[in-house]
Design a protein around this ligand. Structure first.
Ligand SMILES: [Mg+2]
Length: 386
């Protein structure tokens, strides 16, 4: 059964800019720095039609699409919308593993009785995001992460594709091995040299030879190609810390921007802590510097509070203080906030989406349903099989 979803906002930063600036509607938009050494962080679908892609040098993008409109990124805004998107995901399952501001894996295996099939849940999520945030999101689904992620890519833009478990191999076999997460150019070339271009050819290959050629990675790839994907969705409740981070598309130096981004991450982390009824005592700031005089090294600074907190203002203040206390403020490419040293009562809410009976569970389930009805009306409730 398909129980894993991969939800991915379409051209996220560019879509947010088009949402906030109606004059950009229907225009080719690139979020990123248009100057020298600039890179495209996100391209609207109108820009993609010209071949503009994220991570492309801005000069190349301009050549492909002379009327391309460059917009500087507004990370705090994207982080805030990302938190709203997560809130929508959480309506349908507590098992969410964010990969970045705009994509996440969801394990909906425990939610099927409450909300219907994986496909129905995917549609509900897409509908909620469209209706409440006015943004497009594509969702892929399958019995494992690999299939779900490839499916969401195939579903784009603004679509969905659920691959049922029985169809997994048929879906995977014709695809290029480069579709497998973690297969970069080097591994792909190595596989091509062995006569392996498709996932099907990889699936049929002798795993011992693969191990000889690729080491431990070989049998793992062989398993993935055969639909064996045992990776689980790492939800918050399994975590020892809660973190949010982002990458800038250029070397960010503006103090206001960096601090606003840190505060937005702190608020999102705090919301997740409160949702799970936990508090954290240690606040960590991390950043990756990218100036010419410094190496691309990840720096972490932390501070432990006297008492644990789930207050976004407190977390934000500590994290910005850590940033301000840095002796040097190099240009940065990545910034994140993490809270650890957790205390509190995680398992209480876990019962919500679990199958099974029991007073505590049904009480919690009813409370959750009440909450949903209050917000969206009874028509929004679908009880698959219950
Ligand atoms: Mg995306």
């Amino acid at each position: 059964m398909a129980t894993i979803l991969h939800a991915d906002m379409d051209a996220f930063y560019a879509s947010v800019e088009q949402l906030d600036n109606p004059e950009l509607h229907g225009k080719p938009v690139a979020v990123g720095y248009g100057g020298r050494r600039g890179v495209v962080a996100a391209a609207s679908y109108e820009a993609r039609r010209f071949g503009v892609r994220s991570a492309m040098a801005s000069s190349v993008a301009k050549n492909l699409c002379p009327e391309l409109v460059f917009i500087r990124s507004r990370m705090p805004r994207y982080a805030a919308i990302s938190a709203d998107v997560r809130e929508i995901f959480y309506r349908y399952t507590p098992l969410i593993e964010p990969l970045s501001l705009d994509e996440a894996y969801l394990d909906v295996g425990g939610s099927l009785r409450l909300f219907g099939s994986a496909g129905e849940i995917a549609q509900s999520i897409r509908r909620d995001i469209r209706e409440e945030l006015n943004l497009p999101c594509s969702v892929g689904g399958g019995s494992g992460k690999l299939v779900a992620k490839i499916a969401s890519k195939k579903a784009k833009p603004d679509g969905m594709l659920i691959v049922e478990e029985v169809d997994t191999l048929e879906f995977l076999r014709p695809l290029s091995v480069s579709e497998i997460w973690g297969v970069g150019r080097v591994t792909e070339q190595k596989l091509l040299d062995m006569g392996i271009a498709t996932i099907g050819q990889l699936a049929d290959y002798d795993p011992e030879v693969l191990e000889r050629e690729l080491g431990r990675w070989g049998p793992l790839l062989h398993g993935l190609a055969n639909g064996e994907d045992l990776r689980t969705v790492e939800g918050d409740r399994a975590r020892k810390s809660y973190g949010e981070e982002n990458t800038f598309e250029y070397d960010a130096t503006e103090p206001d921007l960096i601090e606003a981004t840190v505060i937005a991450h702190a608020e999102t982390v705090a919301r997740r802590l409160r949702r799970d009824g936990v508090q954290g005592q240690t606040v960590m700031l991390k950043y990756r510097s990218s100036g010419r005089d410094v190496d691309f090294k990840l720096v972490t600074r932390s501070h432990t509070l006297d008492t644990p907190t789930d207050d976004g203002a407190v977390i934000g203040r500590v994290a910005t203080d850590l940033w301000r206390a840095e002796p040097k403020h190099p240009p940065i490419r990545l910034v994140g906030v993490q809270v650890s040293g957790l205390e509190g009562d995680k398992p209480v809410q876990l019962g919500l989406f679990n199958e099974g009976e029991g007073d505590q569970r049904s009480k919690a389930l009813n409370a959750a349903l009440d909450d949903i009805v209050k917000r969206f009306g009874a028509s929004s409730i679908k009880r698959g099989g219950a």
